[in-house]
Write a protein that binds this ligand. Structure first.
Ligand SMILES: C[S@@+](CC[C@H](N)C(=O)[O-])C[C@H]1O[C@@H](n2cnc3c(N)ncnc32)[C@H](O)[C@@H]1O
Length: 197
């Protein structure tokens, strides 16, 4: 079954200013691929995110047909003000709701909720998710042997796990063919996509 892919309007000039051209190409190729996630309400979990909100938004745009998305950014150091400023520049939407550790934006007919988890994620509880994304995080997690099994256990059915250093596998995860340009999105260029069965 082919699902229609959604459209957001992100400020192209701002994107070009913030991302390399080949990285943008990687997202565009992903958008045209048949990798999709058809869920109206979903959660994207991004450990070691720093203040990178552009890539999770581009991933949602490329992959998911949703109405409401929660993006959980986990890092030992997070700055919700810089996320807010970035989101306003990217979308030209100035209105948002701020609540404790979250920021909510209405975006066309979609709602995007950023949740900030400022913690050592290797020692913290992992949330359930539909999309897992990591970039330039392998160095930090490589000695925490229990981290990836904890991640796999929290993946919802059909969840997509996307990493730029795909060194994990499990019998509950299926490797997905992905466009080689996806490597441009990453830092380590060992990208891969898995689907939770
Ligand atoms: C190399 S940066 C990558 C940032 C972002 N993913 C990107 O691609 O631009 C790695 C990030 O992981 C965070 N980090 C390292 N160890 C962590 C831990 N145990 N828990 C949460 N975040 C961690 C660092 O604070 C840093 O922001």
């Amino acid at each position: 079954m082919i699902f229609k892919k959604p459209k957001f309007t992100l400020d192209n000039d701002f994107l070009k200013d913030k991302l390399y051209e080949d990285s943008l190409l990687g997202f565009n190729v992903l958008k045209k691929s048949d990798i999709t996630l058809n869920k109206k309400e979903l959660t994207l979990f991004y450990p070691g995110a720093a203040n990178d909100i552009i890539r999770p938004l581009l991933l949602l745009d490329a992959l998911a047909n949703f109405k409401q998305a929660t993006i959980i950014l986990a890092d030992t150091h997070l700055n919700s003000n810089s996320v807010l400023e970035m989101m306003q520049n990217l979308t030209n939407i100035k209105k948002f709701k701020k609540k404790n550790n979250s920021l909510t934006f209405k975006f066309k007919n979609k709602e995007i909720n950023f949740v900030f988890k400022e913690c050592d994620i290797l020692k913290s509880e992992i949330p359930e998710f539909d999309i897992y994304f990591e970039r330039a995080f392998q160095l930090f997690r490589k000695d925490a042997k229990e981290f990836i099994p904890k991640i796999i256990a929290k993946a919802n059915k059909d969840a997509l796990l996307i990493s730029d250093y795909l060194d994990f596998k499990d019998e509950t995860l299926k490797k997905i063919n992905f466009p080689k340009e996806l490597n441009y999105i990453g830092f380590y260029k060992k990208s891969g996509v898995l689907r939770k069965l």
